[in-house]
Ligand binder design. Structure first.
Ligand code: BTN
Length: 259
């Protein structure tokens, strides 16, 4: 594994607190610790590998050394707690944009799957997960974790969601270019949320998600399993599903699978 050129990244973001580790249990744990200690907003922690990467819904995040980008940012947004779901959508938009701007090679089709999966459309329209996002409150701070699969050649069979990497999709990006693009695009979308409000984010999410409106899906979470057609997002960023009897349900969490 070539060493990560953290000095070059730091030079491009003077004044920003950036920590890089060759190995960590999880960047979420270290970033949460920094948040509790009062670190500056925008502080970022990254690692070449995570030995206990954390995913959503109690899952783990497969974090093979040197092949993915594993980072957590400490944000101190001036948001009401009920706007956290919208912040998640803003992070997904920022991740999509970073992938598009850093990846070279054949054009890739990057699709967002509510609430926070970034998918690459591979063979015959099949979408596979290339990136996942997690956000948790730490006092008044938000710790946002972003994992992007960059150059993995394969994934364990038992992953909950079939995964892909940029490399498997035929694209090429260095982790450092992706990291720089990610810092810029996350800043752009969090500023957009702060300055223009939730609608700016909701509209863009709908534009870049093929499944958030007008798609037949199955939703599975701890409370329910639902089949219906997606009807877009409510003002808080939650997904609305209309079942075959015309009943609308607001989905607060869970996995959405297009049928
Ligand atoms: C998901 O389940 O889709 C969210 C995955 C989030 C993974 C990232 S990798 C960097 C950060 N550190 C972690 O332990 N998890 C997040």
């Amino acid at each position: 594994m070539t060493s990560f050129p953290i000095t070059q990244v730091c030079d491009r973001f003077p004044g920003r607190a950036i920590e890089w580790h060759s190995s960590l249990d999880s960047t979420m744990i270290r970033a949460a610790q920094l948040a509790r200690e009062g670190c500056a907003p925008g502080t970022v922690v990254g690692a070449d590998e995570q030995t206990a990467g954390i995913g959503r819904l109690g899952r783990t995040w497969h974090s093979e050394p040197g092949t993915g980008l594993y980072v957590s940012l400490v944000l101190r947004p001036n948001l009401a707690p009920d706007q956290l779901p919208i912040l998640m959508l803003a992070l997904a938009l920022g991740t999509r944009e970073a992938i598009l701007s850093a990846a070279a090679g054949p054009a890739i089709n990057v699709d967002l799957r509510w609430p926070n999966d970034v998918m690459l459309v591979v063979d015959h329209g099949t979408a596979r997960k290339c990136s996942g996002i997690l956000a948790q409150l730490e006092g008044t701070a938000v710790v946002a974790g972003i994992g992007i699969n960059v150059s993995q050649q394969s994934f364990p069979d038992q992953l909950e969601t079939p995964a892909t990497s940029l490399k498997l999709a035929g694209a090429f990006a260095t982790r450092e270019d992706l990291f720089c693009a990610l810092l810029q695009s996350v800043d752009r979308y969090t500023t957009m949320l702060a300055e223009h409000g939730p609608t700016a984010i909701l509209d863009r999410f709908l534009l870049h998600s093929s499944s958030a409106k007008g798609r037949r899906v199955r939703v599975h979470n701890a409370e329910q399993e639902l089949i219906g057609v997606t009807c877009g997002l409510n003002p808080s960023g939650f997904l609305i599903i209309r079942d075959d009897n015309g009943k609308e349900t607001t989905v607060l969490a869970g996995g959405v699978r297009p049928l």
